[in-house]
Ligand binder design. Sequence first.
Ligand code: C2O
Ligand code: CU
Ligand code: CU
Length: 480
Amino acid sequence: MDSLNKLKQSVASDAVTQDSGLTRRSFLQMGGLGIAAAMMPRWSLAHIDSGFAYHYRLTAEPAKAELVPGFTTDVLAFNGDIPAPVIRAKQGQPVRIEFTNKLNEPTTIHWHGLRIPIEMDGVPFLSQKPIMPGETFVYEFTPPDAGTFWYHPHMNSTEQLGRGLVGAMVVEEAIKPDFDVDEVLILKHWHLDKKGGWKALTRPRYAARMGTPGEWGTANGVNNPRYNFRPGSRVRLRLANVDNTMTYQLRLKGVKAQVIAIDGNPVLNPFPFEGHKIGPGMRLDLAFVMPEAAVANNKVVLEYQLGKFGFPIANFASTSESALPKKPLPKLAMNPIPVPDIENAETLPFVFEWEGAISPVDEKGETHDTFWLINRRPWQGMGPGNIPDPVADLTLGKSYIFDLKNNTQYHHPIHIHGHTFLVLEIDGEPVTPFYTDTVLLGKNGRAKAAFVADNPGRWMYHCHVIEHMKTGLMGYVKVS
Ligand code: C2O
Ligand code: CU
Ligand code: CU
């Protein structure tokens, strides 16, 4: 348990340095120099000038977007824009988001990965009433952790996320690390044909397997966008997989990068990036120094791998400016997530299984397929009258180890709300413990993930392959 003690110490000492952050402000502002000018695509803004630093106005609404060049697609979009605005907040400071539903159906917004009070978690019926068309709901919370997070509706998710309601949320550190470039890339495959027309977002045949993949790959709504960085820039890339289905096996060609954070949470010791899988809902922060002469065929390319082949997600070229002077890559402070008490933790087994069941037609004449189970039980169709018992009743303040077992041959990114797991073991092997809100279980994979149940409420606990969630693979834990 040596690594756990180390973790405990550094979480505690980082919490101290974070508090003294503000006095270093003028020093920090120099960090922005040298950001290369040409960046595409452009982010839209949601910020309101109200004197309150982190105050946003956000809508969800039908809109048109050019995703496939030359063609227009009807999408659902935050503030009418693809990509959605990046919501920037600061660790330990309140953020307020005035959200108005301009869709013609109810919705809610969930802040994925944030440890915030249940009232702000954005899950219909469990944590709030659905926001009806035309209604406004004010989300207000203080993020305790810094990092790369994201936001999305938690209703009719196959459609609402699938058609575009996915956005990044960046919680800046109390002391901002001194990167020259800080770029967000949200990865999504759209279910579009070559002319930007919609194809089916879900097909039972695929929902019962790995999920229905989209065919038009994008980063920030653009197919293989180009970013230009000044050579020598210390780049922080914040990758977020906001796709309904795809697990991306990522790699970066043309530069050596470090993994500095997993699912928003800094790792204790950054390690070389040699390929990494991120499932739906997951994030990865990489850091690298932009090489000189990364042009033409020597560009830095972010790819995902399918079998032997690599497909570009985005590419990065160096500008012709002179190189920035050499400086070490900044180190991120650990987030103040409680370290679970492993010795006294209670272990709870969770088995994820497949069941092929086509449930009978309901009163509206629709069939509901059930394909997936947590501990032999599916949960589908959230509604005021359809809240089952929790899959686990947890005691506030107590430490737990979730022993996760995937008895299927498909990937399942298992996500918990309101808490952050500390992963101890994967496939029976101990790992250097790391924090994450989503654990990716591979084919017949296992994992042990611990946490302190320190946030009271009823918290969703589900697979983030949206079709798996919608066909049974979801539940909630109750902390009280
Ligand atoms: Cu992205 Cu229930 O979560
Ligand atoms: Cu979540
Ligand atoms: Cu799944």
